[in-house]
Design a binder for this molecule. Structure first.
Ligand code: ATP
Length: 464
């Protein structure tokens, strides 16, 4: 049976991706040496390259290659008024239920059976759901004395951190801040700065990439639902009468992005979010969903947010957020189209789309058919034999030449026999393996092996 057929028959399982990511140095459980911290993940040497390649591609496509886009990098800690005005303090919540039998806590709207505890299996043990705010709260500065006290530790909690001793300590509510739960607000708070400094014509956008934090009730499914993750967001400011054309523009751009990531078009689905499920301020939302191994789930969202955010800022800050059209007296608060991309969900979709298994010479092979521009390593360079100094020296020369042309994307690999090296490079998605052998010493030619076809070609070093 051909390798391709085998590939198509097997659907990718989440365990396949998690195991490859760990085995090959892409993604590890956060703090794993101490047993982990739920909902956090660390990127290893290859994971950080893949993630950066995705983020840099996004920045290039949506910021660098466009004349109507401005990049910002706002602070993660922001004045608490930001989150009060945006509605996050009051309404950024998920419904939390607690099992009266085992005390397990769950997100009500994600339960398979709303009457049955998924931990202990008891039925009818959930009381009323309560709104659980997902923002991580923190305190800025050595917070002054005030009338609020830190509560009792939970029953049975192990008081290693001396919280009991802190019970008498108080804090100033004005010192409260939050780890941002989205990057969007750091864009809105810079809207006025960008308009005042650059005075762009409408429509224009402000883009930001960076960490976001959500105290998810049940983080799960590998990096899909994490407590600390990365977003890439754009707020695209438009004339209120022209939002529809900009919305369509962004539908097209999102699809171009999926293509650039190498996601098969048939695995991405547009979900027109019905009015009842949309945020109250949104007049139109599309969720782009992807066929993950865990099912069809949200990859990213595209929303028309009206003037909700800027009008809130204007009200709370008492500063005008109006835009004056150049050369006219026309003034208004711009409306906003927001494409909101999640890095982890994009990365997971990339891994799922690239994962392949086939058979080579009677042996199972796993490889990642990553698009070349995303692959962490573009060229692996090997001397055929590790113990022949003349081959090693020549290979070092080739390695240096390729590294100069492709900084950070060339790997030196002389571990194990050549077959093992190929398998290892296949698993991390390296499209080209360059091998230096005895013929290289004679005519400066090398073999280049193609990851997907496993075919080898001879070519001169200058032609690589
Ligand atoms: P969900 O319904 O899956 O919780 P959401 O609708 O709350 O997601 P948004 O607030 O629209 O998500 O966030 C924009 C994007 O940020 C999402 O489409 C997703 O790509 C990413 N994202 C949101 N929450 C998480 C998370 N906990 N872990 C990883 N990525 C996330």
């Amino acid at each position: 049976m051909s390798g391709i057929l085998l590939v198509m028959e097997k659907s990718v399982k989440l365990e396949d991706i998690v195991s490859l990511a760990k085995r090959r140095g892409f993604i590890y459980q956060g703090s794993n040496v101490y047993g982990g911290l739920s909902g956090t993940w660390d990127y290893g040497p290859l994971g950080v390259s893949l993630k950066r390649n995705i983020m840099n591609l996004w920045w290039r496509m949506f910021v660098d290659e466009r004349a109507d886009m401005y990049g910002v990098d706002a602070a993660i800690l922001m004045n608490q008024k930001v989150w009060q005005a945006s509605g996050h303090v009051d309404t950024f919540t998920d419904p939390l239920v607690e099992c009266s039998h085992c005390k397990g806590r769950f997100r009500e709207d994600k339960l398979d059976d709303p009457n049955k505890c998924p931990a202990c299996g008891k039925e009818g043990t959930f009381g009323e759901a309560r709104a659980f705010n997902m923002m991580f709260r923190t305190f800025v500065g050595p917070s002054g004395q005030n009338d609020l006290t830190i509560g009792e530790p939970m029953e049975g909690a192990d008081d290693k951190h001396n919280l009991q001793g802190m019970k008498a300590m108080t804090y100033d509510p004005n010192a409260i801040s939050y780890l941002r739960p989205e990057t969007a607000q750091g864009i809105f708070t810079n809207y006025k700065n960008v308009v005042d400094n650059f005075y762009p014509d409408l429509p224009f956008g402000i883009a930001q990439q960076g960490k976001a934090f959500r105290n998810e009730i049940s983080p799960r499914d590998f990096v899909f639902r994490s407590r600390e993750f990365e977003q890439m967001e754009i707020e695209y400011f438009v004339h209120p009468d022209k939002w529809e054309e900009s919305f369509e523009h962004w539908v097209t751009k999102c699809k171009e992005w999926f293509e650039a990531l190498g996601l098969p078009a048939e695995s991405v689905h547009e979900l027109e979010v019905p009015e009842d499920d949309r945020a109250h301020y949104s007049k139109r939302t599309i969720d782009f969903e992807f066929d993950y191994p865990i099912g069809r789930e949200e990859l990213m969202g595209l929303a028309y947010r009206t003037d909700f955010d800027l009008a809130n800022i204007q009200r709370a800050s008492k500063k005008s957020m109006e835009y004056q059209v150049k050369g006219t007296n026309e003034k208004f608060v711009p409306h906003v189209i927001e494409p909101s991309f999640g890095v982890e969900r994009a990365l997971m979709a990339v891994l799922v789309s690239a994962y392949r298994e086939d058979e080579q010479n009677g042996e199972k092979r796993i490889y990642l058919a990553l698009p070349e521009h995303l692959a962490p390593v573009k060229y692996a360079v090997s001397p055929l034999l590790k113990n022949k100094p003349e081959l090693v020296d020549k290979a070092r020369e080739v390695y240096a030449k390729l590294s100069k042309e492709n900084p950070g994307r060339v790997m030196w690999d002389d571990n194990g026999n050549i077959g093992k090296r190929y398998r290892r490079q296949d698993e991390i998605g390296t499209p080209h393996c360059v091998v230096i052998d005895f013929q290289t010493l004679e005519d400066d030619s090398v073999t280049i092996r193609n990851r997907d076809t496993t075919e080898q070609q001879r070519t001169s070093i200058d032609n690589i």
